[in-house]
Write a protein that binds this ligand. Structure first.
Ligand code: NAP
Length: 538
């Protein structure tokens, strides 16, 4: 037994992760409920996704005034965002500011990885083991590990032979990377690649983009916020909050009530042009049915494809970039700064790896079926094993020693994205089965954290010690999750991480709840009002 291999004292709650979710969960349980709580975090500091994703151009696609905690008027009045969309560095400053304001860091143990946790049925508690050999016993275990925190590094033969340096955007070196004078290859054209490519192109000697699936992107029109807007945010936060709580995706703007095909082609074009000028995710709100009607969606898709063809001068590149195989916004729609314009630079090339696939990586670069691309650096903007992997990596064992991996062999069985049957007193913040990743994350996070905190407060008030999702309620919820997705065009993107389709061998299940945040919130409230319907409490 090592010095550390010892059981620490009994805690009320252990929270895993110190991002947006874990920090607020800590504040609620420690400061509002007065529980003994420990936070465990792999990174050296707070920040979660923003701690790791420091790649060039990393920026949020939620508007900064909505990408904030709304639980405290004081916070809203004290913090001022500088730009329409916050960059990673500003978000990290914000999260550190919140952590310091509430003195949260003292309750987190950083540089500490949870390697496993099992439920001790006799004692009705979880035993959590960390990589330094310490074991913690806790009544409640809360995963606040994020949905996009497990990097997907493709297994391409020969990577270890590459003589240059390679990076995954989700594990970016904190000291930054200087690409000046280098021949750089970027693999992946999702939200991340689309943000990174224009910035890397500014430095690199040559940039070769390896595209498997062409993607839509809307100009972000990022820029500094003016004083009038900053004052509005401080003076009328209730108004902004009310909109965010009323809309399906938690953003601070309404979705139009108009059906796309109810307007003439010319009227539609004017609406899309205006939305294009506004930029960002607001474009998606142009019509009510863009995500439910293929015909409506095609009007938006065609508008964007025309913009791409008009922007990109080289006809070959323009064709490759606008040959998009899925409905608009069926994948999370990227927003960009000069993405398509970047392909007009002479030193930026585009390779269609669907037609000419990557076969290996050799010491000098990337080998496709037909050509060798000599490179000094490779950037994998290849996304994440999303939603389930970060939770599975905790190596949880629930009742009767059941492994979460086994409970989820056919997909992430859960109730409301909050709990898994057979795993009592274990909660997930914005887990699979909840709307989180489809909405403005802080809105979803606050709702979940408050629900979990209220549930624990209720249990304490009633002297209850055990809460667990019922199997039947979970099975029914999975049906609702499927039905909600089927009512949209979201499952039509074949390679999307929403479906787990980006990871070989992963069950193809639409994971997030697509019924909308406002509806989901009401659903949770009703379930609570009905005595925590679908949960077993004892
Ligand atoms: P992603 O959307 O999953 O995109 C990954 C890209 O890598 C895709 O183009 C994919 O091609 C390609 N790829 C994956 N594996 C590959 C392989 N083996 N060979 C070649 N290409 C491969 O990942 P992401 O861009 O990191 O974005 C993930 C999510 O993070 C977003 O959807 C969004 O929710 C969030 N995000 C948000 C922001 C923001 O707020 N602005 C920025 C970045 C990320 P296929 O499409 O063919 O699979």
């Amino acid at each position: 037994m090592s010095a550390n291999d010892q059981v620490q004292h009994q805690l009320d709650a252990v929270i895993i992760g110190a991002g947006f979710s874990g920090m607020y969960q800590m504040h609620c349980l420690r400061d509002r409920l007065g529980l003994s709580v420990l936070g465990l975090e792999m990174a050296e500091g707070v920040g979660g996704t923003w701690y790791w994703n420091r790649y060039p151009g990393a920026r949020c696609d939620s508007e900064s005034h909505s990408y904030s905690y709304y639980f405290s008027e004081e916070l809203l009045k004290t913090w001022t965002w500088s730009e329409r969309y916050p960059g990673y560095a500003e978000i990290l400053r914000y999260l550190n500011f919140v952590a310091d304001r509430y003195d949260l860091k003292r309750s987190f143990k950083f540089k500490t990885k949870v390697v496993s946790a099992h439920y001790d049925e006799a004692a009705n508690c979880w035993e959590v083991c960390t990589d330094d050999g310490t074991r913690y016993r806790t009544r409640f275990l809360i995963s606040a590990v994020g949905n996009l925190s497990s990097a997907n590094i493709p297994t391409i033969p020969g990577l270890e032979q590459f003589k240059g340096k390679w990076y995954h955007t989700g594990q970016w070196p904190h000291e930054g990377v200087d690409f000046s004078g280098l021949r750089v290859g970027v693999v992946g054209t999702g939200s991340t690649g689309i943000q990174a490519i224009p910035v890397i192109a500014e430095q690199a000697k040559t940039l070769t983009v390896f595209q498997r699936t062409a993607n839509y992107s809307i100009p972000a029109h990022n820029g500094p916020l003016d004083d009038a807007f900053k004052a509005y945010c401080k003076e009328r936060p209730e108004e902004i909050r009310a909109i965010m709580h009323a809309t399906p995706n938690g953003h601070p703007f309404y979705i139009s009530e108009t059906l796309a095909l109810s307007r003439s082609e010319e009227e539609r074009r004017t609406i899309y042009e205006k939305a294009w000028e506004k930029g960002g995710l607001r474009f998606r709100a142009s019509f009510k049915d863009l995500l439910s009607s293929e015909a409506a969606n095609q009007t938006a898709a065609e508008f964007i494809k025309q913009k791409i063809r008009k922007t990109v001068k080289d006809p070959r590149k323009a064709q490759l970039l606008s040959d998009i195989d899925h409905p608009f916004a069926a994948k999370r729609p990227p927003i960009d700064t000069n993405y398509f314009e970047t392909y007009n630079l002479d030193h930026v090339d585009l390779v269609n790896i669907r037609e000419d696939p990557i076969t290996s990586i050799v010491n000098t670069g990337i080998q496709t079926k037909n050509a060798l691309f000599e490179l000094d650096a490779i950037v994998f903007a290849t996304g994440f094993d999303a939603m389930t992997r970060p939770v599975l990596n905790l190596n949880l064992k629930g009742r009767h020693g059941q492994k979460l991996e086994d409970a989820w062999h056919a997909g992430p069985l859960n109730y409301l994205g909050l709990q898994v049957p057979g795993f009592p007193n274990f909660f997930m913040v914005t887990g699979p089965g909840s709307p989180g990743v489809l909405v403005n994350m802080p809105v979803a996070i606050e709702q979940h954290v408050e629900w979990i905190s209220d549930c624990i407060a209720h249990m304490r008030a009633k002297d209850l010690h055990h809460v667990e999702a019922q199997a039947q309620a979970s099975a029914q919820w999975m049906q609702e999750v499927n039905q909600a997705a089927a009512a949209t065009l979201l499952p039509k993107a074949k390679h999307s991480w929403y479906l787990g389709a980006n990871i070989p061998g992963k069950p193809r299940v639409f994971m997030p709840y697509a019924g909308g945040m406002a509806h989901y919130r009401k659903r949770c409230e009703t379930i609570t009002a009905n005595g925590y319907e679908g949960f077993l409490m004892a």
